[in-house]
Design a binder for this molecule. Sequence first.
Ligand code: ATP
Length: 249
Amino acid sequence: MLEASGVMVFYENMLALNNIDLNCPDNGVIGIFGANSAGKSTLMYALSGIILDIQHKEKMRGGERISLFGEIRHDGEVITGLKAHQRARRGIVLCPERRRLFAESTVVENLAIGGHLASRAQARETMAFVMELFPALKKLTRRAAGFLSGGEQQMVAIGRALMAQPKVLLLDEPLLGLAPSIQHIVVESIPQIRKERKISVIVTEQYARPVIPYVDYAYIVENGSAVMEGTSRELFENPDIKAAYFGCG
Ligand code: ATP
């Protein structure tokens, strides 16, 4: 179980996350929906610990002050002070927005980088799972990631995160910029990941519509605050939420 309570993030004087409470049970799928700049990536950075790296880098270069408040717990233990690599070892792994692959490395090399902490047997078995999950990658294993389509890159990015043996997979806007047919392949991987690997997934998106059938529970974030939460059905049946986030009235 991954839990956040009272999480607040300030970039200098700008409040990017305001008192966020969130619960992701074991083997659950949670959605975080919100418009551009709502704070989705900041929340993913806070959960994964990357915010601490960003904070440290900013401090070193004398840049803006980033302040964090609140508590993050994993399996009952407070992990707020743990760095991203320490959280990754516990199984909290971020697949970042815009994929951030190593463009000059091949698909297999990108996947292998994700699995650098896994045993050889785990890495081999997970790579086989990734190829099963995304068969389109099978014929692209030796191609440089920079020469893949956006959809293929997203598949590699999810695969790379899976190679790190997550217990909680954080997917930040995995559908960004993808055509609907490719979105479908990416989103369909979520229930498979959950079922076959027993992984919890927290997924952010601007538009909830393609993702909502796959989540158990979701939070709507506006200007850094969770303005509403509920089961996917509860949110889908709310007319305001439906118009704003599902693209229908
Ligand atoms: P998008 O869908 O555009 O990725 P988002 O919901 O992920 O948006 P965030 O990227 O978390 O939103 O940004 C939340 C707010 O914090 C925005 O106003 C953004 O400009 C600001 N912000 C994000 N990162 C920084 C930073 N390093 N320094 C200053 N402000 C930042």
